[in-house]
Design a protein. Structure first.
Length: 713
């Protein structure tokens, strides 16, 4: 029997509702067993309809993280040189006083914008996650961190075409007849969707994986289509060419519920299968078969992967894919349509956490993907960054141009505060280290970007030693800075009641009391939301020809702390099109002569970004850092399987063993993301070679748009 939070204190042994906090669409419902104040077991909640009692290999041993002997459990101050990893224990009062005093000095000398927060998705909770520090830093007047590593481009393209709809509910995939996982390695990054896919396959559905890499998911699919990186938009346009030219369009649906069909028809006429085959590397016969099967087997559904956006033309590629379901009428059917990120119907009161009313007009904004340039002075700034406050984030391994970030963090004049669980590559450069709680030590509410359930996380145990939740950290900092606003005095329980609109129609029959009794609740969403149109676009239709006023600098306010000001950029074509990569043989032949291989990063099976990479069991199961290259590319370079190689370009390099395998295309090198820099062979990882350039929409990180060379050492 699951105990409520009030009951657990009265029992020597209890089971408490939990929820995985990590950057994953599945947001697993967990049960935490507590005995005499110590968590002894973490398991999946078998009653949860989506996660169904299973946990992925990343969090099934979550208590190894909680009780690791390497955890940071007390505030500490640097006593050695920057990056020397020499710290001494101090009190919370000393730590808070030093932070407040340094912040005040910096504000007096340079202005508040010389202070910059740095946070991302190390935690996804509504209380302790991405946005927990926004109110504090907006009140402080600090530089705003634009956080667009993940889904900003995809979301913009999706909004332009379909509106911010929840789309196809993943619970309904079991009804699908034709499933396309487009740039989505579900078995490693969305594993709980797999059971619904398998149920559909038992009923005769076909599973297609479109991915440059033969991933675990591609291996288990009925058909793997290994297109060239960054050519997804061309493939989607080619599919539409076939569908239209062969009269496979759902004409009634298009007539009633779409906008811009005539213009789309003219655009896709420019992408016949022969041309698309040259761009994508996919045979004409396969393009024809894919288009015909997708259009003719209803309900058909597409699961969009975030990797699609990480190219120069990622946004237009996503736009093209988003047009497909309306063209063939897939939205008519239960289990048909498109799944992007069904987070949009969650009635989150972002203003409660962002507090945009604190933001002064003209406040400086810096994108975290370009942190290296900001810290090193390469970026033109009115006042230099003098303080960096890092939480829920490990930018040394997760942001672009790693060498620049390290050089910036090594500045003696940069005051850096890091709140963490472990001594990460970023924490090594901290001046002040603060101990953060893990998920079993704090209260939180979890939304999801992969299903439509709200999940409650109750505190199972008291915080270890002197660790505090992020909410408490910023309450303490606000008090030290003299902030008197009521929002800085809300308890976690009060904040939980404020952060969601409990009266919203989608929250029907859900309350904090019901969550405490069951652990989760499903949003009341339409399972066939666009059978008769009703798209949340300006026209109310699926917009092949977009009417939204969007340019290259547009970023959804949710990705920039509610701040709506921005400098207008270049106009975006309102029709989907194909944009080649910036770094490719066709667009930059001179660069390609020096660096002929396209470098892709891959999500590891055992890590979540850089989380868990330091834990022995996960590191052993994932294996050592590596780069995967095709046998043809290895032969040209005299590289043997297992041989240590150098992967490099003008931005930087990293050294890893080479895995020679045909799981990748010729001309494409793949390196898993998330390994720690200080645990690598040459003190560098894949992001030493990645570019800080943006994709075409939403300031997304164009991490997949990078050319390198690989040589044997």
């Amino acid at each position: 029997m699951v105990s409520t939070a009030s009951e657990k204190s009265a029992n020597e042994k209890s089971v408490v509702f939990g929820a995985c906090p990590h950057d994953c669409p599945d947001t697993c419902a967990m049960l935490v067993t507590v005995e005499n104040g110590r968590a002894t077991k973490v398991e999946g909640n078998p009653d949860h309809p989506f996660t169904r009692g299973t946990l992925c290999g990343k969090v099934s041993d979550y208590l190894d993280r909680v009780y690791s002997s390497d955890r940071i459990l007390y505030p500490m101050r640097r006593v050695g040189a920057k990056g020397s990893k020499q710290f001494e224990r101090i009190s919370w009062d000393d730590a808070l006083d030093e932070i407040a005093n340094r912040f005040k000095q910096i504000i007096n000398e340079y202005g508040a914008e010389a202070i910059m927060p740095c946070s991302y998705l190390g935690h996804e909770g509504l209380l302790n996650g991405l946005t927990v520090g926004d109110a504090f830093f907006n009140r402080l007047g600090a530089t705003i961190s634009e956080r667009t590593f993940c889904a900003s481009c995809t979301s913009t393209a999706y909004m332009m075409t379909c509106g911010l709809t929840h789309g196809t509910d993943p619970d309904t995939f079991k009804h699908s007849k034709y499933i396309i996982l487009w740039g989505c390695n579900a078995l490693s990054t969305n594993v709980h969707l797999w059971s619904f896919i398998q149920e559909a396959r038992k009923n005769g559905a076909k599973l297609v994986s479109i991915d440059p890499v033969r991933t675990r998911t591609a291996n288990q699919s009925d058909w793997h289509i290994p297109l060239r990186p960054g050519t997804d938009g061309a493939l989607a346009l080619g599919m539409m060419h076939v569908i239209i030219s062969e009269n496979l369009v759902d004409a009634e649906y298009v007539e009633k519920y779409t906008l811009g069909y005539a213009e789309l028809k003219e655009r896709v006429a420019q992408y016949p299968p022969e041309k698309v085959a040259q761009i994508t590397g996919i045979p004409v016969s396969d393009i024809l078969t894919l288009a015909r099967e997708y259009a003719s087997n209803q309900p058909s559904v597409i699961r969009l992967g975030v990797a699609l956006e990480k190219q120069a033309g990622g946004g237009q590629g996503v736009r093209a894919i988003c047009c497909l379901p309306a063209l063939v009428g897939a939205w008519r059917h239960l289990g048909g349509g498109l799944l992007q990120a069904p987070m949009w119907p969650f009635p989150i009161r972002w203003e409660v956490v962002h507090r945009p009313e604190f933001i002064q007009p003209g406040t400086r904004l810096i994108n975290l993907w370009q942190l290296g340039a900001a810290l090193t002075g390469e970026m033109s700034l009115d006042s230099p960054i003098q303080a960096l406050f890092v939480y829920n984030c490990n930018p040394v391994t997760q942001s672009a141009e790693q060498d620049k970030i390290v050089a910036g963090l090594a500045r003696e004049d940069l005051f850096t505060v890091v709140s963490e669980h472990f001594m990460t590559d970023t924490a090594d450069y901290a001046d002040i280290l603060l101990p953060a709680t893990t998920q079993v030590e704090n209260l939180d509410l979890m939304f999801s970007w992969g299903h439509t359930y709200v999940t409650l996380n109750q505190p199972a145990i008291a915080p270890l030693c002197e660790a505090v939740p992020n909410t408490e950290l910023f309450r303490r900092l606000a008090a030290r800075m003299g902030f008197e606003e009521e929002c800085f005095k809300l308890t976690d329980e009060q904040l939980a009641m404020e952060v969601l609109d409990w009266s919203a129609p989608v929250m029907q029959d859900m309350s904090m009391e019901s969550l405490q009794q069951q652990g989760y609740g499903k949003l009341k969403v339409d399972l066939v939301p666009h059978a008769q149109g009703n798209f949340p676009t300006p026209s109310g239709k699926c917009e092949f020809l977009a009417t939204a006023q969007v340019d290259s600098n547009f970023v959804l306010p949710a990705f920039r702390q509610g701040y709506s000001e921005y400098q207008p950029g270049e106009p975006i074509d309102p029709l989907p099109t194909y944009t080649p990569q910036r770094e490719s043989a066709s667009s930059n032949p001179e660069l390609a002569k020096r660096y002929p291989l396209n470098l892709l990063s891959a999500k590891p099976h055992q890590f979540i970004n850089s989380c868990f990479a330091n834990l022995p069991k996960h590191a052993k199961l994932q294996g050592e850092p590596r780069v995967i290259i095709h046998p043809d590319d290895a032969a040209k370079r005299g590289i043997a399987n297992g041989q240590v190689v150098k992967v490099f370009n003008d931005r930087g390099s990293f050294q890893v063993p080479a895995i020679v395998s045909d799981m990748t295309r010729s001309g494409v090198a793949i390196a898993p993301l998330g390994y720690w820099r200080k645990l690598s062979l040459a003190n560098n990882t894949i992001n030493a070679a990645t570019s800080s350039a943006f994709a075409d929409m939403g300031h997304a990180a164009a991490v997949g748009d990078a050319l390198v060379e690989v040589i044997a050492l």
